[in-house]
Design a protein around this ligand. Structure first.
Ligand SMILES: NC(=O)c1ccc[n+]([C@@H]2O[C@H](COP(=O)([O-])OP(=O)(O)OC[C@H]3O[C@@H](n4cnc5c(N)ncnc54)[C@H](O)[C@@H]3O)[C@@H](O)[C@H]2O)c1
Ligand SMILES: [Zn+2]
Length: 648
């Protein structure tokens, strides 16, 4: 690298850092930033005489924004050195232990959020300051007061700076972006930016709505006399602060590596975004012995996780036709490896989303894949466009059957009931778990049966004969008999399961239950007024049901005749505290949630999957996550499983 190239790279790093720290709106992925940062660092190590004074390697990242008043930290705040693999950890440990001898490391998750310094004086929260440049930060006390996990007063009278991470849970982050998309606002690239952006609001009521959470990880000024950091933190938790889900003292590389592997395994189930593990020399005296560089403490480092966010390019947009005819656009992306899996497609929910996110074919985008979540495009990097990108046009004809599409605005639909994609997907839906649950009838088989002309709808399934399947490749006697047997075995299912399996738009399991109970087989002739009168059924659902029954009237009657679903008698539940109440279950309980759900439904409760203001109770078990927090933030009554049982 020439000095000129070095200067260019610093310029780019500073530009990226500004977008990230000041605008809360990154224009590069962390991985790209880290790579460039380390190129710069390598150059500086080899050419110490050339090091620029304003190099990002020499300072703590943030800059204080003018809209806020500035406040000084009593003790400085730091950035952190990062290491990326086992070898680098080993080197880091050697460097440390050469100076202070063998020691214990306090290890905990590195949550990806915004750094925060809370100053308590005489037991009261007096100031909350962002990290800023490490010396001076932005005073955001009013905003931080809205965070429920920040105690406004504590049982400790001394002056103390409690430091930690303000985070947004992954599902809350998604919901915020959902809402921003609806409102036509720009999207947050990740939970970290959402947390930082929510803290830096001039209007605290906006911060209050964001459901921020505070996890302490350290201390600044304090007079606590514990010998170890972990002991000080244990004391801090007793003051009313949240304790991170995992933390451990480790000795030596093997223990550190084992804890790191365990955290990576928990990565998807922990509701907060983690980007690594932090290891710190636990003994305070030894920390001070090691000291600090201009930028970070020498006694701690971040052992980073593999990136879940990548930058890639959209090569094309393809279309998928679902069972209800809705045409869903899918982004075909330049394949990238995310945590060991090659990702080549990402869903785009609908065409409005493409317009609102302003997605062009050829765009560079940041995509994220975490847990079971389908890869998602979270941000378009507009400033990387070169003019060759192409606008995505709304389709007017079905990609499968060529019939004209109905453009309803948000949704675009193929209305042809015989469209092969619709037929195949509705049969796949019918057979799947949670619907009719037909063993051995997966998507590949359904496709085959439709293509071979053996079935053209769900009713045909019940008339498949042995001879129909005999000539198909891979179908031997046993398999044929099993499949036909599995289909026939679904005769007599409860009516609600059949309704749910028909795949009527907007009508899910809960609505199907209510409808089956109220109307029985007369559901085919239900009227709008009687349907909307039911609890939990809105106009959109009623319209969708009626339209479905209008178009498929005779077909549904034939289905009933063939399948003979069981119709449940409507019995009024006796009076009890859960009758007519809406209940949400979360976390793991003494028995499966399905069993508890059934029990509550027998008592006349409606068991719903998501928490809202209308929820009466949230019953929670162990490891309850965001639903519980949401209930608390909405003021919904929460019960442990035991408390629920005691009420009966
Ligand atoms: N995408 C971009 O354009 C861009 C730009 C700049 C920086 N970045 C990212 O930011 C990182 C550098 O930022 P940084 O210097 O603020 O460092 P950092 O964010 O990687 O680490 C320091 C921070 O970690 C936080 N932290 C979380 N858990 C902690 C724990 N248990 N103990 C102590 N601290 C904990 C603290 O808030 C602390 O300030 C880079 O690695 C890069 O990934 C990205
Ligand atoms: Zn079609």
């Amino acid at each position: 690298m020439t000095n000129e190239q070095y200067q260019e790279k610093i310029k780019l790093l500073k530009k990226w850092a500004h977008a990230y720290y000041v605008e809360d709106n990154p224009i590069a992925s962390d991985e790209e930033y880290d790579r460039l940062y380390h190129e710069v660092l390598d150059y500086e190590t080899e050419n110490p005489a050339d090091v620029a004074e304003d190099s990002p390697t020499k300072r703590v990242g943030g800059i204080v924004r003018d809209e806020f008043s500035k406040a000084k930290h009593i003790k400085r705040m730091w950035s952190m050195e990062d290491v990326f693999d086992r070898n680098e950890v080993v080197e880091w440990l050697e460097r440390v232990e050469k100076n202070i001898g063998e020691c214990e490391y306090f290890c905990e998750p590195k949550f990806d959020g915004a750094s925060m310094n809370l100053l308590y004086e005489d037991g009261k929260l007096v100031r909350a300051i962002t990290r800023g440049d490490g010396v001076v930060g932005e005073e955001v006390t009013d905003n931080v007061r809205t965070i429920r996990s920040v105690p406004l007063s504590i049982d400790y009278k001394g002056l103390i700076e409690i430091r930690g991470e303000v985070v947004i849970r992954k599902d809350d982050f998604e919901q915020i972006n959902e809402e921003r998309l609806e409102a036509g606002e720009s999207l947050f690239a990740n939970p970290r930016n959402a947390a930082a952006g929510s803290l830096r609001q001039l209007d605290s009521s906006i911060t209050a709505k964001r459901r921020l959470v505070f996890y302490p990880w350290g201390l600044g000024e304090n007079t606590l006399e514990h010998r170890k950091l972990s002991e000080k933190m244990d004391y801090v938790y007793t003051l009313g602060f949240l304790e991170p889900p995992f933390a451990q003292d480790c000795k030596g590389i093997d223990e550190i590596e084992a804890f790191y592997r365990m955290l990576i395994e928990k990565r998807d189930e922990i509701p907060m975004m983690m980007d690594g593990m932090v290891l710190k020399v636990d003994e305070v005296a030894k920390q001070e012995e090691l000291g600090y560089t201009v930028k970070f403490p020498k006694w701690m480092c971040a052992y980073k996780f593999p990136a879940v966010e990548k930058v890639t390019q959209i090569n094309a947009i393809t279309l998928q036709v679902g069972r209800t005819g809705v045409v869903t656009p899918v982004a075909e992306i330049e394949p990238v490896n995310i945590e060991g899996a090659m990702v080549s497609r990402a869903t785009l929910h609908n065409f409005d989303e493409i317009e609102r996110k302003d997605i062009h074919i050829g765009d560079s985008v940041i995509i994220i894949r975490s847990g079971d979540v389908i890869p998602k495009i979270i941000k378009v990097l507009e400033e990387r466009r070169d003019g060759s990108e192409m606008i995505v046009t709304r389709p007017t004809v079905c990609p499968t059957c060529n019939s004209e599409l109905l453009d309803e605005g948000t949704l675009i639909k193929c209305q042809n009931l015989h469209c092969p994609d619709r037929v195949i997907n509705s049969i796949i839906h019918f057979a799947r778990k949670g619907c009719m649950n037909i063993d051995g009838l997966g998507s590949k088989i359904v496709e085959l049966l439709v293509k071979e002309g053996i079935i053209k709808d769900i009713l045909d399934l019940y008339f498949i004969k042995y001879e129909d399947l005999e000539h198909l490749e891979g179908f031997k006697e046993k398999r044929i008999n099993n499949l036909i047997g599995a289909i026939q075995a679904t005769k007599g299912v409860p009516l609600y399961r059949l309704l749910n399996a028909m795949g009527i738009e907007h009508i899910g399991e809960v609505a199907s239950k209510a409808l089956a109970l109220e109307f029985g087989l007369d559901i085919v002739d239900a009227t709008f007024d009687t349907v909307v009168a039911l609890d939990g059924i809105g106009e959109e659902m009623a319209n969708s049901l009626l339209e479905f029954m209008r178009v498929n009237h005779d077909f549904v009657l034939q289905l009933f005749e063939t399948i003979e679903p069981t119709v449940e008698e409507k019995v009024e539940a006796e009076e009890n505290p859960f009758k007519s109440k809406t209940v949400v279950l979360t976390g793991s309980m003494s028995v499966s949630r399905g069993i508890i759900k059934e029990m509550l439904e027998k008592l006349g409760a409606k068991v719903s999957g998501s928490v809202s203001k209308k929820t009466d109770y949230v019953v929670y078990g162990e490891d309850a996550g965001s639903k519980l927090t949401k209930a608390e933030s909405l003021g919904v009554k929460t019960l442990t499983e035991d408390e629920m049982r005691q009420m009966l």
